[in-house]
Structures are given as C-alpha cells and as structure tokens.
Write a protein that binds this ligand. Sequence first.
Ligand SMILES: [Zn+2]
Length: 175
Amino acid sequence: MTRAIRVSYRGTVSFRREAFGLNQNPGDYLVVERGWPLLLVMRCPCGCGDDLLINLDKRAGPAWRFYQRQSGSTLYPSYWRTSACRSHFILWNDKIYWCSHTDQEDESYREIDRGVEQNILHALTNDYIHYIDLADKCGLTPWEALQACRQLEQKGLCGSGTKDLKGYFKQNKLT
Ligand SMILES: [Zn+2]
C-alpha cells in the first residue's frame, strides 16, 4: 500500500451521493456543502481504498475544523480512524503528516515563519489562553498557532500550562 503524502481537492457537492465515484486516488477528497461545509469525503490516504467521512458540522456531533486557504487545506484536530486501517494523520496545508507510535515524530517540517510568531506573541497576554482561541484571534489555523507557541516557548518568550491547562499559553513576563 502506498500512503499519500498530499491530498487533492476533487470538488464540492451538495449531497454525499453525488460524491460517488469522484474520489480516485488515496488523499482525494470532496466537500459536501449546503450553505456551509457539512462533510469531507476523503479516500483514505493510507491506500486501503475506503472513503473516510469526516464530519464538519457541529450540529451533527463532534466536528473537525476545516480550513481552505491559498496555502492549502487544513483539518483540525488530527484524524484517527479507530477501526479497519487505523489511519492516524494530520492534514495541514494539503500535506498529510502521519502520526504513529513507531515513527519518531519529526516536527521540524512544521517550522513557521517569524511573522506568524510575532502575531501570536502580540496576541498572548499574562493570562493563559488556549492555542485554538489564539488561532481564532489571529486568523490562523490551530496547528499554526500551536507551532508558533512552541517556537516562542523555545525562545523563552512564552510559557505553557500543564494538566488542566495543557494547550494553554501565556506571555512570559520580561525581566
Ligand atoms: Zn485506510
């Protein structure tokens, strides 16, 4: 089986049945949209041949956030199939990043530029804020906000919470 490392947008349809036959290759996906995005139908990027149905509609239950940008499509959080092939991946700017317990996760590829880092730095305060809220505040995807926070933390410019405050960040007081 060949795992896809990129996704490919095949179009937008109004009903799931219209998606039938349009996905051809691992990573191909369609958006089902009626006024707003409801569902992603993605040919599993692992190569198993199944279509994954990824809910985007909060009213229909737990939903993923989906961003379509110039830089590509991003899904948050990661997708983890708990049955069959058990695919687990992050979709960020059209690229698939496979998550697995056996591969050591290499995060260097996610390095984002200083401009984004600066936006996040300005949005941080002395109170803890979750990176999803930072993302919304700055018009970024959560992955970008999280990565910016991690980079800032490495530089000693922000601090991260633990336990109940996992995923929360605040500005470090400059001494
Ligand atoms: Zn699969």
